[in-house]
Design a protein around this ligand. Structure first.
Ligand SMILES: [Mg+2]
Length: 251
Protein backbone atom coordinates (compact mmCIF):
# COMPACT_ATOMS: atom_id res chain seq x y z
CA UNK A 1 0.00 0.00 0.00
CA UNK A 2 2.61 2.53 1.04
CA UNK A 3 4.05 3.92 -2.18
CA UNK A 4 5.23 6.70 0.10
CA UNK A 5 8.05 5.77 2.45
CA UNK A 6 7.17 7.63 5.63
CA UNK A 7 10.52 6.79 7.19
CA UNK A 8 12.27 8.82 4.50
CA UNK A 9 10.33 12.03 5.12
CA UNK A 10 11.77 15.03 6.94
CA UNK A 11 8.60 16.39 8.50
CA UNK A 12 4.97 15.84 9.43
CA UNK A 13 2.05 18.22 9.67
CA UNK A 14 -0.67 17.03 12.02
CA UNK A 15 -4.34 17.88 12.06
CA UNK A 16 -5.55 18.44 15.63
CA UNK A 17 -9.30 17.82 16.04
CA UNK A 18 -10.08 14.14 15.59
CA UNK A 19 -6.44 13.29 14.94
CA UNK A 20 -3.99 14.40 17.65
CA UNK A 21 -6.80 15.03 20.11
CA UNK A 22 -10.50 14.59 20.64
CA UNK A 23 -11.76 17.41 22.81
CA UNK A 24 -9.27 17.75 25.65
CA UNK A 25 -7.87 14.23 25.41
CA UNK A 26 -4.92 13.12 23.29
CA UNK A 27 -5.66 10.13 21.09
CA UNK A 28 -3.92 6.91 22.17
CA UNK A 29 -0.21 6.93 21.46
CA UNK A 30 -0.21 10.46 20.03
CA UNK A 31 2.04 11.94 22.73
CA UNK A 32 4.55 9.08 22.50
CA UNK A 33 4.66 9.07 18.69
CA UNK A 34 5.09 12.84 18.46
CA UNK A 35 7.92 12.73 21.01
CA UNK A 36 9.58 9.86 19.11
CA UNK A 37 9.34 11.71 15.80
CA UNK A 38 10.88 14.78 17.42
CA UNK A 39 13.71 12.74 18.95
CA UNK A 40 14.37 11.26 15.51
CA UNK A 41 14.86 14.78 14.15
CA UNK A 42 11.60 15.06 12.18
CA UNK A 43 10.15 18.55 12.00
CA UNK A 44 6.58 18.85 13.25
CA UNK A 45 3.77 21.32 12.69
CA UNK A 46 0.14 21.34 13.75
CA UNK A 47 -2.83 22.82 11.89
CA UNK A 48 -6.45 23.37 12.83
CA UNK A 49 -9.42 24.98 11.14
CA UNK A 50 -10.57 26.38 14.48
CA UNK A 51 -11.33 30.00 13.63
CA UNK A 52 -11.45 31.30 17.21
CA UNK A 53 -8.08 30.00 18.41
CA UNK A 54 -4.72 31.48 17.49
CA UNK A 55 -1.68 29.36 16.86
CA UNK A 56 -0.38 30.43 20.28
CA UNK A 57 -3.62 29.21 21.90
CA UNK A 58 -3.25 25.84 20.17
CA UNK A 59 0.42 25.52 21.11
CA UNK A 60 -0.47 26.28 24.73
CA UNK A 61 -3.18 23.61 24.68
CA UNK A 62 -0.75 21.07 23.23
CA UNK A 63 1.87 21.88 25.85
CA UNK A 64 -0.75 21.56 28.63
CA UNK A 65 -1.49 18.06 27.31
CA UNK A 66 2.20 17.18 27.48
CA UNK A 67 3.03 17.68 23.79
CA UNK A 68 5.98 19.93 24.54
CA UNK A 69 7.54 19.22 21.14
CA UNK A 70 4.89 21.43 19.53
CA UNK A 71 6.50 24.62 18.24
CA UNK A 72 4.60 25.41 15.08
CA UNK A 73 0.83 25.52 15.46
CA UNK A 74 -1.32 27.30 12.91
CA UNK A 75 -4.98 28.18 12.69
CA UNK A 76 -6.69 30.28 10.03
CA UNK A 77 -6.53 33.17 12.52
CA UNK A 78 -2.76 32.85 12.59
CA UNK A 79 -2.50 33.39 8.86
CA UNK A 80 -5.55 35.36 7.73
CA UNK A 81 -3.76 38.68 8.22
CA UNK A 82 -0.71 37.42 6.28
CA UNK A 83 -2.90 36.09 3.48
CA UNK A 84 -4.59 39.49 3.13
CA UNK A 85 -1.13 41.12 2.90
CA UNK A 86 0.02 38.58 0.29
CA UNK A 87 -3.05 39.10 -1.86
CA UNK A 88 -3.77 42.79 -1.47
CA UNK A 89 -1.05 44.28 0.81
CA UNK A 90 -2.03 46.23 3.92
CA UNK A 91 -5.74 46.92 3.73
CA UNK A 92 -8.75 48.53 5.33
CA UNK A 93 -10.74 45.50 6.40
CA UNK A 94 -14.42 45.17 7.24
CA UNK A 95 -14.61 42.18 9.59
CA UNK A 96 -17.90 40.33 9.90
CA UNK A 97 -16.71 37.85 12.49
CA UNK A 98 -15.66 37.24 16.07
CA UNK A 99 -13.52 39.61 18.11
CA UNK A 100 -10.66 37.07 17.91
CA UNK A 101 -10.61 37.36 14.11
CA UNK A 102 -10.70 41.16 14.26
CA UNK A 103 -7.75 41.13 16.69
CA UNK A 104 -5.78 38.75 14.46
CA UNK A 105 -6.31 40.91 11.38
CA UNK A 106 -5.50 44.14 13.23
CA UNK A 107 -2.43 42.43 14.69
CA UNK A 108 -1.09 41.84 11.17
CA UNK A 109 -1.13 45.59 10.55
CA UNK A 110 -4.45 46.13 8.82
CA UNK A 111 -6.92 48.88 9.69
CA UNK A 112 -10.31 47.68 10.88
CA UNK A 113 -13.21 49.52 9.29
CA UNK A 114 -16.33 50.29 11.28
CA UNK A 115 -19.59 49.01 9.79
CA UNK A 116 -20.96 52.53 9.44
CA UNK A 117 -17.89 53.43 7.34
CA UNK A 118 -18.11 50.34 5.13
CA UNK A 119 -17.44 52.33 1.95
CA UNK A 120 -13.87 52.84 3.17
CA UNK A 121 -13.22 49.08 3.21
CA UNK A 122 -10.88 47.56 0.64
CA UNK A 123 -11.27 43.96 1.84
CA UNK A 124 -14.09 42.05 3.57
CA UNK A 125 -13.29 39.24 6.02
CA UNK A 126 -16.09 36.88 7.01
CA UNK A 127 -16.04 34.40 9.88
CA UNK A 128 -18.40 33.22 12.59
CA UNK A 129 -20.17 36.41 13.62
CA UNK A 130 -21.89 36.00 16.95
CA UNK A 131 -23.44 39.47 16.68
CA UNK A 132 -24.85 38.77 13.24
CA UNK A 133 -27.83 40.90 12.29
CA UNK A 134 -29.51 41.39 8.97
CA UNK A 135 -28.03 44.89 8.92
CA UNK A 136 -24.46 43.59 9.36
CA UNK A 137 -25.02 40.96 6.69
CA UNK A 138 -26.35 43.59 4.30
CA UNK A 139 -23.40 45.91 4.90
CA UNK A 140 -20.88 43.09 4.49
CA UNK A 141 -22.55 41.99 1.26
CA UNK A 142 -22.49 45.54 -0.10
CA UNK A 143 -18.83 45.96 0.83
CA UNK A 144 -17.92 42.57 -0.66
CA UNK A 145 -19.69 43.46 -3.89
CA UNK A 146 -18.01 46.89 -3.99
CA UNK A 147 -14.47 45.65 -3.27
CA UNK A 148 -14.62 42.23 -4.92
CA UNK A 149 -12.17 41.15 -2.21
CA UNK A 150 -13.38 38.56 0.25
CA UNK A 151 -11.45 36.34 2.61
CA UNK A 152 -12.72 33.84 5.16
CA UNK A 153 -11.28 31.24 7.53
CA UNK A 154 -14.27 28.96 7.02
CA UNK A 155 -14.40 25.84 4.92
CA UNK A 156 -17.36 27.10 2.95
CA UNK A 157 -15.78 30.01 1.17
CA UNK A 158 -18.85 31.54 -0.41
CA UNK A 159 -20.75 34.65 0.50
CA UNK A 160 -24.08 35.43 -1.13
CA UNK A 161 -24.25 38.90 -2.56
CA UNK A 162 -27.21 40.64 -4.09
CA UNK A 163 -28.87 39.21 -7.17
CA UNK A 164 -28.40 35.65 -5.90
CA UNK A 165 -24.73 35.72 -6.92
CA UNK A 166 -21.83 34.15 -5.06
CA UNK A 167 -18.33 35.52 -4.88
CA UNK A 168 -15.74 32.90 -5.80
CA UNK A 169 -14.06 30.73 -3.19
CA UNK A 170 -11.23 32.33 -1.29
CA UNK A 171 -10.98 30.47 2.00
CA UNK A 172 -7.87 30.37 4.14
CA UNK A 173 -8.29 27.18 6.17
CA UNK A 174 -8.09 23.55 5.03
CA UNK A 175 -8.62 22.33 2.31
CA UNK A 176 -7.50 25.60 0.73
CA UNK A 177 -3.73 25.84 0.12
CA UNK A 178 -2.64 28.74 2.42
CA UNK A 179 -2.64 26.89 5.76
CA UNK A 180 -0.61 24.00 4.32
CA UNK A 181 1.81 26.38 2.58
CA UNK A 182 2.36 28.39 5.78
CA UNK A 183 3.03 25.18 7.73
CA UNK A 184 5.62 24.14 5.12
CA UNK A 185 7.22 27.57 5.31
CA UNK A 186 7.53 27.27 9.08
CA UNK A 187 9.17 23.86 8.67
CA UNK A 188 11.39 25.21 5.86
CA UNK A 189 10.76 22.05 3.85
CA UNK A 190 9.34 21.35 0.38
CA UNK A 191 5.92 19.64 0.19
CA UNK A 192 7.33 16.38 -1.16
CA UNK A 193 9.29 15.84 2.09
CA UNK A 194 6.45 16.45 4.54
CA UNK A 195 3.43 14.21 5.16
CA UNK A 196 0.06 15.59 6.19
CA UNK A 197 -1.57 13.41 8.86
CA UNK A 198 -5.30 13.94 9.45
CA UNK A 199 -8.69 12.33 9.91
CA UNK A 200 -10.61 14.25 7.25
CA UNK A 201 -10.48 13.03 3.68
CA UNK A 202 -11.94 16.26 2.32
CA UNK A 203 -10.06 18.82 4.41
CA UNK A 204 -6.72 17.14 5.22
CA UNK A 205 -6.02 14.56 2.55
CA UNK A 206 -7.37 16.25 -0.57
CA UNK A 207 -6.17 19.67 0.60
CA UNK A 208 -2.60 18.49 1.28
CA UNK A 209 -2.49 16.46 -1.92
CA UNK A 210 -3.40 19.65 -3.74
CA UNK A 211 -0.16 21.28 -2.61
CA UNK A 212 1.94 18.19 -3.34
CA UNK A 213 2.32 16.67 0.13
CA UNK A 214 2.23 12.92 0.77
CA UNK A 215 -0.84 12.10 2.87
CA UNK A 216 -1.64 9.85 5.82
CA UNK A 217 -5.27 9.26 6.80
CA UNK A 218 -5.71 8.61 10.52
CA UNK A 219 -8.65 6.20 10.63
CA UNK A 220 -9.01 4.19 13.87
CA UNK A 221 -11.92 2.31 12.30
CA UNK A 222 -9.93 1.66 9.12
CA UNK A 223 -10.69 3.02 5.66
CA UNK A 224 -10.79 1.77 2.11
CA UNK A 225 -10.44 5.27 0.67
CA UNK A 226 -8.14 5.38 -2.35
CA UNK A 227 -7.05 9.02 -1.98
CA UNK A 228 -4.57 8.88 0.92
CA UNK A 229 -1.08 7.53 0.25
CA UNK A 230 -1.13 5.70 3.58
CA UNK A 231 -3.92 4.78 6.04
CA UNK A 232 -3.03 4.20 9.71
CA UNK A 233 -5.37 2.92 12.42
CA UNK A 234 -3.24 4.18 15.31
CA UNK A 235 -0.34 6.42 16.26
CA UNK A 236 1.67 3.29 17.06
CA UNK A 237 1.26 2.18 13.45
CA UNK A 238 2.30 5.64 12.25
CA UNK A 239 5.42 5.49 14.45
CA UNK A 240 6.33 2.07 13.06
CA UNK A 241 5.88 3.17 9.43
CA UNK A 242 7.89 6.34 10.12
CA UNK A 243 10.72 4.24 11.50
CA UNK A 244 10.50 5.61 15.03
CA UNK A 245 8.47 2.83 16.63
CA UNK A 246 7.54 0.86 18.56
CA UNK A 247 6.71 3.98 20.55
CA UNK A 248 8.45 3.57 23.86
CA UNK A 249 6.90 5.05 26.97
CA UNK A 250 9.16 7.99 27.27
CA UNK A 251 7.46 9.70 30.16
MG1 LIG B 1 -9.65 16.66 11.99
Amino acid sequence: MAAVELGALAGFVFDLDGCVWNGNVLNPGAGETLAALDRAGRRLAFVSNNSRATGADLRERLHALGVTVAQHALSPLEIIGEVIIERWSRSRVLVMGAREMEDAIAGAGHAIVDFKDWRAATVVAVGNDFDLTYERLTVAALAAAATGRLVTPNVDPRLPVEGGEFLPGCGVGKPEPPLFRMALERLELPPSRVAMVGDSLGADILGARGVGMPTVLYAPQGSTAAEPDVVVRSFAELARLAGVGPAENSR
